[in-house]
Ligand binder design. Structure first.
Ligand SMILES: C[S@@+](CC[C@H](N)C(=O)[O-])C[C@H]1O[C@@H](n2cnc3c(N)ncnc32)[C@H](O)[C@@H]1O
Length: 269
C-alpha cells in the first residue's frame, strides 16, 4: 500500500520517461513527469524501508513473502528481481531458497546503495548482484532466469507492456513471472476505510515522515492502476499466461502469477 509510484495517465499507464538517476535530485525537484522514476526514489532511499514498514503496518513483509513463494523457487535457480529498490525481495528469495542466485535491477543508484549495505551485512554478496537498469530494456539473454518478480514496481514503469514483454522474454518457458502491486480496493466492507486511508492518511503521513511531497502522488497512481482483471489482460497481451490473481488483505494489493505463454509452432493446433 505505501509504495510510491508515478501519477498515471487516464489510461492507467505511468506518466513520463524514466531517465538516468541523479542522486543529488530530491523528489521535490523532480518534475511531475518523472514521479515514480529512479530519480525520485533517489531522494527518499534512506527513509524508504522505515516508511514502508510504518505505512503498511508491517504487512509489506508478509506480502513480499507470499509473492516470493509464488516464484516456485528450486535449488540452483537464477531469479531476477526488477525494481529491486533496497533489495528486500531479493533477500527474501535467498531466505526462502538459499541455493539460488539473484540479480536485482533498479534505476535508482541511491536505493541500490541502501540495498548493497543490507546484502553485505547479510554476507550474501556472492549470491546477490545488484545492477542499475530499467525494466523496459533488460540486459539479459532470452530464457536466462527461472523466475522474474517485480514488487510495487510495475506502477512506476513508464512503458508497462514493454516491461512485461521483457519479463516473458528472459524467463524460461516453465518459469514464473510474479507481480506484486497495490490496487485500490473497489468492493468489500473494508474498501471505504481502505480508500480513506489511502487517499487521506497515506499522503499526509508519508509527506510528514519523509519530509517530501512525493507521497502525495501515491494515492493517485494506485487509484489509476487498472483493476486486477484488467491488468491480467494487459499481462496476457504482453505474452504471459496468467495462472492466478490473488488479492491480499481485503484487496489492498494483489499477487499476479504467470509464465511465458507458449507460442504454438507451425503445424500445431
Ligand atoms: C516502491 S519501490 C519498490 C522497491 C522494492 N521492490 C520493494 O519491494 O520495496 C519502486 C522502485 O521502482 C523503481 N523503478 C522506477 N522506474 C523503474 C523502471 N523503469 N524499471 C525498474 N524499476 C523502476 C524505483 O527506483 C524504486 O526503487
Amino acid at each position: 500500500m505505501p509504495h510510491l509510484a508515478a501519477p498515471d495517465s487516464t489510461e492507467g499507464a505511468s506518466a513520463g520517461v524514466v531517465a538516468s538517476p541523479s542522486p543529488s535530485q530530491s523528489p521535490s525537484s523532480v518534475p511531475p513527469s518523472r514521479l515514480g522514476s529512479g530519480a525520485m526514489f533517489d531522494g527518499i532511499a534512506k527513509r524508504y524501508d522505515v516508511l514502508n514498514r510504518v505505512m503498511s503496518f508491517g504487512l509489506d513483509r508478509r506480502w513480499r513473502r507470499l509473492a516470493v513463494a509464488a516464484c516456485s523457487l528450486k535449488p540452483g535457480g537464477r531469479i531476477l528481481d526488477l525494481a529491486t529498490g533496497t533489495a528486500d525481495v531479493a533477500l527474501e528469495v535467498l531466505r526462502q531458497q538459499p541455493d539460488t542466485t539473484v540479480v536485482g535491477l533498479d534505476p535508482s543508484a541511491s536505493m541500490l546503495a541502501v540495498g548493497e549495505r543490507k546484502v553485505a551485512a547479510a554476507g550474501l554478496s556472492e549470491r546477490l548482484e545488484l545492477r542499475q537498469g530499467e525494466a523496459e530494456e533488460l540486459p539479459f539473454d532470452d530464457n536466462s532466469f527461472d523466475a522474474a518478480i517485480i514488487a510495487w514496481g510495475i506502477r512506476n514503469v513508464a512503458d508497462r507492456p514493454a516491461a512485461l514483454r521483457e519479463m516473458a522474454r528472459v524467463v524460461k518457458p516453465a518459469g514464473r513471472v510474479v507481480i506484486l502491486e497495490s490496487v485500490e480496493p473497489r468492493s468489500g466492507i473494508v474498501a471505504p476505510a481502505a480508500r480513506l486511508y489511502l487517499h487521506h492518511v497515506v499522503p499526509r503521513l508519508g509527506a510528514w515522515l519523509s519530509r517530501e511531497k512525493a507521497y502525495r502522488y501515491l494515492q493517485k497512481s494506485i487509484a489509476a492502476f487498472p483493476s486486477p482483471s484488467d491488468f491480467g489482460r494487459v499481462m496476457t497481451a504482453a505474452g504471459l499466461e496468467v495462472l492466478a490473481i490473488r488479492p491480499q488483505t481485503f484487496g489492498v494489493c494483489c499477487i499476479f502469477e504467470a509464465r511465458p505463454a507458449q507460442v504454438a509452432t507451425e503445424g500445431e493446433g
